[in-house]
Design a protein around this ligand. Structure first.
Ligand code: ZN
Length: 271
């Protein structure tokens, strides 16, 4: 069975059973494993991809123009209202079987590092600990002026019409505007998160790349870093991506379809 390369280009697509068996074997033999998750993982929980907003109120706004320090400085009420709406959407979403499977895998593998590009908390709510958030965390609010942590305010109830403008809370230390804990366009990744992710890429034997387009850098460089250091790369994604060509195995499935097949429960006879 030829499994290297982009299945869409070669016409080869390991079927789910074969792919799961192969990856389970690699997982069992790996001393250290890196799992990198992206927007596709959250999309399966109903959280719209960052650039795919279809909510009527916000459809006319370009997220790329709201998610910047400049936009927040120029119109904090507009940007904060947008984030309140996004936070309410994440609160209403639930982790899926793929999130739960990754938590279970980590429980059985002492050196599995989960790195995500997602800013939601679905991995944590599924039971994963020590998740590295490359692009920050939506709910880790902080002061835009002095960086002091800030408490989460009440979120709009599900179904409640979102406001178009809402003043951000004020910092209790300095009175500055409170902002979401995400990395905005033009901002650097949090250094500790990037360092942890890169260290995991350098030291792992196996990378699972799940639900990411491979277009957002520097996160997209992590599989290549791992590969240069001798790791196998497995891509789990329904369609080919920029990373497919460098993967040892491309498994064309969603996270919720594929990841549960990697857990111990699924490996038992009859499972
Ligand atoms: Zn402050």
């Amino acid at each position: 069975m030829t499994i290297r390369g982009d299945s869409s280009a070669t016409g080869v697509n390991a079927d789910a059973t074969a792919a799961a068996a192969r990856v389970r074997g690699w997982l069992a033999g790996a001393r250290r494993c890196l799992v990198l998750t992206g927007a596709g993982m959250s999309a399966e929980s109903g959280i719209a991809p960052f650039r795919g907003g279809d909510q009527a109120l916000w459809a006319r706004f370009d997220p790329a123009r709201l998610a910047t320090p400049e936009a927040f400085a120029a119109d904090p009420d507009l940007v904060w209202a947008w984030y309140l709406w996004r936070m309410a959407g994440v609160r209403a979403a639930l982790p899926h079987a793929g999130h739960r499977a990754l938590a279970a895998l980590a429980g059985g593998h002492p050196h599995l590092q989960l790195v995500t590009q997602n800013v939601d908390d679905l991995h944590e709510r599924a039971g994963s600990a020590g998740v590295v958030h490359l692009h920050g965390e939506l709910f880790a609010l902080r002061c835009a002026a002095c960086a002091a942590p800030a408490a989460l305010p009440a979120l709009p109830a599900a179904g409640q019409a979102p406001a178009l403008r809402q003043p951000p809370p004020r910092c209790r230390r300095c009175g500055g505007a409170v902002r979401p804990g995400v990395v905005w366009f033009g901002e650097a990744l949090p250094a500790p998160a990037w360092q942890a992710a890169e260290a995991a890429a350098r030291s792992c034997d196996l990378v699972l790349v799940v639900g990411t387009s491979g277009l957002v850098h520097p996160a997209a460089a992590l599989p290549a870093i791992a590969r240069r250091h001798g790791a196998r790369v497995v891509e789990i994604n329904p369609s080919p991506t920029a990373l497919s060509g460098a993967a040892d195995l491309c498994w064309r499935a969603t996270a919720a379809q594929a990841l549960p097949l990697l857990t111990d429960a699924s490996a038992k006879p009859g499972g």
